[in-house]
Design a protein around this ligand. Structure first.
Ligand SMILES: Cc1cc2nc3c(=O)[nH]c(=O)nc-3n(C[C@H](O)[C@H](O)[C@H](O)COP(=O)(O)OP(=O)(O)OC[C@H]3O[C@@H](n4cnc5c(N)ncnc54)[C@H](O)[C@@H]3O)c2cc1C
Length: 423
């Protein structure tokens, strides 16, 4: 038999295309479907970096947020025991600190926050002889229980009414006090509209630092830790700039791989001195309810999106109203005249960044999936268990869209009624 290795371009294409129905089958056949994590001979958890993420439709490598490949963060027992198997890294006497101020939208680390912690680890771990520690600063109450898995060595949790709601002055005061007390080598904040961009720029002005904004990558420049350069997006996203990494960095989502191979101590820290009380010039009167129908799709946090599988349009609009969701649509729903053109999600519509995206009767065509690739959690309601939207979804409900929406609305109304009666 000939020793010539024959390539099968079709199979290679399927192996690259995560959405192809035979993707997993072909990966296994090509020997690439092996576990992306395994325990090495030294007891260390090893990871195949090539198995993490997937190649997106434009040929760029994307981070897999669905958890399918990475063991579903926050999932059930298997995910938990996998997390426990990861080696614990403890940094007793760090050479320096890299401080991260995550957005913690909804009280949990966002995908963007985790990317930023991954970036912080790159800076902290660059020199094995003098390792730094990653310090996360969290304001107000939170629901996060995986700071260890996200790469946090030290955790400063500041609570009190002064940090609730929109409180940039109090937060800035605390960060400046931290800077005086510990002088972190770097400050990293998410360059996001959820608060990080605003707080980061305030901190830069107060510390007199010239920050790097819109950073999407760090590169070692010569011998680490002597030099790092950052690549930042500028000129309304049309140009990339390079400069040496400054003390204060505001980074974009996907700036680095989130930490996934190790656990860290997340040891609680306290400020050495009580924070001086300061008069706030801002009074937060709480959140104002807005009509979700009026929210631009690109800014919506919660989207209920309709496709060709929606038959009862009155029921769909009613569900969106009861759930308080912004309405979106597939191109077919728009072309058929059921939804306005400005509601179209996808390659030729709006690219959305919702925290929760519910796709009702949408098959998951590649042009639609492109538009939702940075959504945090995707829920699919569909009759076809094999469709691509179900493969993309974090949670899937197989059933008739009208019946599922009706049951959902009934549950929400019942729960609201119970709360009213209990009050
Ligand atoms: C150049 C180009 C650009 C495009 N740009 C976009 C774009 O930006 N956005 C976009 O969305 N599309 C775009 N498309 C179109 C895209 O290719 C798909 O045709 C479209 O997304 C399909 O819409 P759909 O999923 O709603 O419909 P279908 O593909 O018809 O899917 C309907 C789904 O509903 C399910 N279903 C049926 N009945 C029920 C029921 N009773 N209950 C629950 N589920 C049910 C079916 O199982 C199916 O999965 C573009 C196409 C081209 C060529």
């Amino acid at each position: 038999m000939s020793d010539i290795v024959r390539r099968d371009p079709r199979k290679e294409w399927i192996a690259r295309n995560r959405l192809h129905p035979q993707h997993l089958e072909v990966l296994a056949e090509l020997g690439q479907g092996a576990a992306s994590e395994w325990m090495g001979p030294s007891g260390l958890l090893r990871k195949n970096p090539h198995a993490v993420g997937f190649i997106g439709p434009n040929g760029m490598k994307r981070i897999d947020r669905s958890g399918v490949q990475q063991g579903a963060a926050g999932g059930g027992g298997a995910a938990k025991s996998a997390a426990e198997r990861k080696p614990l890294v403890e940094i007793e006497a760090p050479a320096f600190l890299v401080a991260v101020v995550p957005d913690m939208a909804g009280g949990r680390l966002t995908g963007h926050d985790r990317d930023l912690l991954g970036l912080a680890r790159q800076l902290a771990d660059a020199d094995p002889a003098a390792r730094g520690a990653v310090l996360a600063v969290v304001f107000g109450e939170h629901k996060e229980d995986d700071f260890e898995g996200a790469g946090v060595d030290r955790l400063l949790h500041l609570t009190g009414p002064e940090f609730d709601g929109f409180s940039p002055e109090a937060r800035l005061g605390a960060l400046v006090a931290m800077d005086l007390a510990w002088t972190p080598r770097h400050w990293l904040l998410p360059d996001s509209k959820l608060g990080g961009a605003d707080l980061g720029r305030r901190l830069a002005a107060r510390l007199g630092e010239r920050p790097a904004t819109g950073v999407w990558q760090l590169e070692a420049d010569g011998e680490a830790p002597l030099g790092w350069r950052c690549i930042a997006r500028g000129a309304a996203g049309t140009l990339d700039f390079q400069r040496a990494v400054p003390r204060l960095v505001l980074a974009l989502a996907e700036c680095a791989e989130p930490v996934s191979e190790t656990r860290h101590a997340a040891e609680p820290l306290a400020l050495p001195e009580a924070l001086p009380s300061q008069l706030s010039r801002i009074q937060d009167l709480g959140q104002v309810a807005v009509d979700p129908a009026g929210v631009a799709l690109s800014e919506a946090e919660f989207i209920l999106s309709a496709g060709n599988g929606v038959r009862d349009w009155d029921a769909f609009h009613r569900a969106a109203e009861v759930l308080g969701a912004t309405e979106g649509a597939s191109r077919v729903a728009v072309d058929d005249g059921f939804m306005a053109r400005d509601r179209q999600v996808g390659a030729t519509g709006t690219w959305v960044t919702a925290r929760v995206y519910v796709a009702v009767g949408i098959s998951g065509a590649i042009q639609h999936l492109q538009g939702i690739q940075t959504c945090d959690k995707v829920v699919a309601i569909n009759m076809d268990p094999g469709c691509d939207m179900i493969k993309r979804a974090d949670l899937a409900v197989i059933g008739d869209s009208a019946k599922v929406l009706e049951a959902l609305v009934a549950l929400v109304e019942q729960s609201r009624e119970e709360k009213r009666n209990a009050a």
